[in-house]
Design a protein around this ligand. Structure first.
Ligand SMILES: C[S@@+](CC[C@H](N)C(=O)[O-])C[C@H]1O[C@@H](n2cnc3c(N)ncnc32)[C@H](O)[C@@H]1O
Length: 460
């Protein structure tokens, strides 16, 4: 694992692909992403809201860059390539384009996530089934922990041909050693009525009877207790603890109808409801309400999520001090929740208006403690050690490529060949040998600051 090469509180205005490519490997504990869902809509914030002017498109058409990146995926991750190809056949080119967009970004997320990290991908049923396959291909199917259904709205009347679509899907993947802090909710009224049937009226509230017999043989605990014979394997508690429980009135002694002790039955422990944590929360979340128009949290940013949702995710899958990243941070819901929970955090969004909202929200929250640091250039990786100058690779590359230019596939003499960064350094590319190739001077000039996929697309 490496240290992050960016400070907590960093927010970038720009494409998250470029920014994540510049981040060190294995430096983030938790990623939550709420990307566009391929819903075929254009989102705009209402005029007059804090977010007025913010907009993003959520409709995808296949462009030439997608096609080139799709081709490169075949080599980098054949599983992702196969999933995207299947989606193209089943759904069409718009879905293919959307999944190429997601796949190249998820590959970066996989690289920057710690081997103890977790990732939550928030989407809706438009693409959740394809995204799940993509996640299996990139993070490994064994990392899939569960699929959360979040009921985000009440039923509406737009659905004469189907059940109303009222839920989003959150795909939760985590590495084997990932943090997981179970979250509890109060037991339901039905559960309490069924299992906590006793109450002594002493203010301690309802309780249930629990077994006091040891599940394993305990020869030293086979004493008689107040005339009640020991269970076959012994009591669960030593005499001292039994005495304490008795003095606290926490043992129920069975009696005959006339009130005399019934020694044929066993004493039971009184387990009080108020001392229980509650029930572990399941994967269907109906208790987190969507933001209403009157909500104090509401900024007007399209698709803003409630803080309670992020609060739950961050508490479950990170600890104070951990680094939380939201690469599609919108109006900062994840970042505000992480900040309040004493996590480190960083966010990225394409929209400058989103960045302004991040700034406003965090600054408002922190008061005098200052706001985030807005950045517009990707970080430079520091986890690759001291790499020799990229120019020193010219001879090696000439041999490996057998003198053929990686751009036009033509053989050239050594003196005409130049070392090129496949992914330019201005876009998060590094001097690592895997990112270098030889181009003839003509191709190199024509490629300029483009990525190889963009340049190839511009050539067709
Ligand atoms: C569904 S919204 C996220 C809303 C956010 N969860 C919130 O609570 O405010 C998706 C966001 O992704 C951003 N976005 C889309 N493509 C992006 C990209 N390539 N890089 C960074 N952000 C992008 C959009 O500007 C939009 O703010």
């Amino acid at each position: 694992m490496s240290d992050p090469n960016f400070a907590s509180g960093a927010i970038w205005a720009g494409d998250n692909l470029d920014v994540m490519r510049g981040m060190n490997s294995t430096c983030v504990d938790l990623i939550y992403l709420d990307p566009p869902f391929n819903s075929n809509r254009h989102y705009e914030a209402p005029i007059g809201s804090k977010a007025a002017g913010a907009a993003f498109k959520d409709a995808w058409t296949l462009d030439d860059v997608d096609v080139c990146e799709h081709g490169e995926l075949a080599e980098r991750n054949p599983a992702a390539y196969a999933v995207i190809e299947a989606a193209r056949q089943a759904h069409g080119k718009g879905m293919q384009s959307y999944l190429v967009f997601m796949a190249v970004r998820l590959l970066e997320m996989q690289r920057i996530l710690k081997p103890t990290g977790s990732i939550y991908l928030h989407c809706d049923p438009t693409a959740s089934h394809y995204l799940k396959l993509l996640m299996d291909g990139i993070f490994g199917y064994a990392a899939h922990r569960c699929e959360i259904t979040w009921k985000r709205t009440n039923t509406h009347n737009d659905s004469r041909h189907s059940f109303a679509k009222v839920a989003d899907v959150i795909l939760f993947y985590a590495m084997p050693e990932a943090t997981f802090n179970p979250i509890y909710e109060p037991h339901s009224a039905e559960y309490v009525a069924k299992f906590y049937r006793h109450d002594d009226g002493d203010g301690r509230g309802p309780y249930q009877h629990d077994n006091m017999a040891s599940p394993n043989p305990r020869p030293l605990m086979t004493y008689d207790w107040k005339g009640y014979p020991p269970p076959a394997k012994g009591w669960r508690y030593q005499v001292r603890r039994m005495t304490e429980l008795d003095m606290q009135g926490r043992i129920h002694y069975p009696t005959h109808p006339d009130g005399s002790p019934d020694h044929s039955k066993r004493p039971r422990l009184k387990r009080y409801l108020r001392e229980q944590k509650g029930a572990v929360i399941g994967n269907v979340w109906t208790d987190i309400r969507p933001l209403s128009h009157a909500s104090k949290e509401k900024t007007g940013y399209p698709t803003q999520k409630p803080l309670a949702l992020l609060d739950r995710i961050i508490k479950a899958s990170s600890n104070p001090g951990d680094m939380v990243l939201d690469p599609f941070c919108g109006c900062a819901t994840t970042l505000v929740a992480a900040d309040r929970l004493q996590r480190q955090w960083a966010g990225i969004d394409l929209s400058p208006l989103a960045i302004k909202l991040v700034n406003d929200r965090i600054t408002e929250d922190r008061g005098l403690w200052g706001g985030p640091t807005a950045l517009d250039t990707p970080p430079q990786r520091t986890d690759l050690g001291q790499l020799p100058s990229y120019r020193t690779h010219r001879h090696r590359l000439y041999g490996e490529q057998e003198g053929i230019c990686a751009g036009c596939d033509t053989h050239f003499p050594f003196r005409v060949m130049e070392v090129d960064h496949i992914l330019p350094r201005s876009r998060g590319g590094t001097d690592h040998p895997d990112n270098l190739q030889l181009l003839c001077s003509g191709c190199n000039r024509s490629k300029g600051g483009k990525t190889m996929a963009e340049w190839r697309a511009s050539q067709t």
